[in-house]
Design a protein around this ligand. Structure first.
Ligand SMILES: [Zn+2]
Length: 288
């Protein structure tokens, strides 16, 4: 989105990039992001990044701004902007519950909320991360007890490191694809370290994009995703999104990504002034 003259996960002369997933990559004369987001993005792309710390006021184009941890992956951030006629908070991709490898999310009050809606319908109700972790560990134990090597399909940036950390905490070694290992090395620079990587690991991680080698009926393979078999998600589910809306307590809501139209409709039914936005929408200051 473009708000005034700045980009929020959109390319612009002054652009804010919320986190290091490729679908949020932007270009611009100056890209504002956290230090982990800059380092992780530089594994895949160039660009001049200005590092911003959580909680510190800075200017993004014409607007005063401040970043808040979004809880989606290491370094992920939401941003609050101070416009002439009110405040705007954009969540980026976000998570209410705390993950092991991301900063605990925080949500400020704002007059206008722009919220992701990847899982913005009530059928997306996930177990808490602690509950999902128990199921993951039970799955791994069961496979190993039967002499099978469990295979987990994961997004290599963010989810892979969360799963690696869970396995580390529970004493399992893991074989990791190259891309996920590069990302894990950056995580380690920021204090999230892994002591369980091994080429003959108890558990095998594979990219969620790679085809399942055994057929999909193999009971020892799992896709770890909000859309997959084991719903350990680094996105807010529907109920987490509702808690975020209540916490920000906005006068107007714009929904983006995923089920944006459906989520806006549900919010309108609850009395909110809510509308969907597309990712290339432009909002003028006067629209806020
Ligand atoms: Zn993301």
């Amino acid at each position: 989105m473009i708000v005034g003259n700045v980009g929020l996960d959109s390319s612009a002369r002054f652009a804010f990039q919320s986190h290091a997933h490729t679908d949020h990559f932007v270009s611009g004369e100056i890209i504002f992001a956290t230090r982990p987001t800059k380092f992780l993005s530089h594994l895949r792309k160039g660009g001049f990044y200005r590092e911003v710390r959580f909680g510190r006021r800075f200017y993004l184009g014409d607007f005063k701004a401040r970043l808040y941890p979004a809880g989606h992956m290491l370094g992920s951030a939401g941003i609050k902007l101070w416009l002439d006629n009110g405040t705007v908070f954009y969540t980026g991709d976000t998570k209410w519950f705390r993950l092991r490898t991301a900063e605990k999310s925080r949500f400020p009050r704002a007059d206008v909320l722009i919220i992701e809606a990847t899982f913005g319908v009530p059928s997306f109700t996930f177990p808490s991360p602690r509950e999902a972790e128990k199921r993951l560990v039970a799955f791994v134990e069961e496979a190993l007890d039967r002499g099978k090597r469990p295979v987990l399909y994961v997004n290599q940036t963010g989810k892979a490191q969360e799963v690696m950390k869970i396995l580390d905490v529970h004493g399992y070694t893991v074989k990791v694809p190259r891309e996920a290992l590069k990302v894990a090395r950056v995580y380690s620079k920021f204090g999230v370290s892994f002591d369980n990587v091994s080429p003959d690991g108890d558990v095998v991680l594979r990219s969620h994009r790679s085809p399942r080698v055994e057929n999909s009926l193999s009971p020892w393979e799992l896709t770890v995703s909000g859309f997959g078999d084991l719903k350990l998600s680094n996105h807010a589910d529907f109920w987490e999104l509702m808690r975020i809306v209540e916490k920000v307590d906005p006068e107007r809501v714009f929904t983006v990504y995923g089920f944006a139209r459906e989520f806006a409709r549900i919010l309108r039914g609850l009395g909110y002034d809510a509308r969907p936005l597309s990712r290339d929408s432009a909002l003028r200051s006067a629209d806020i």
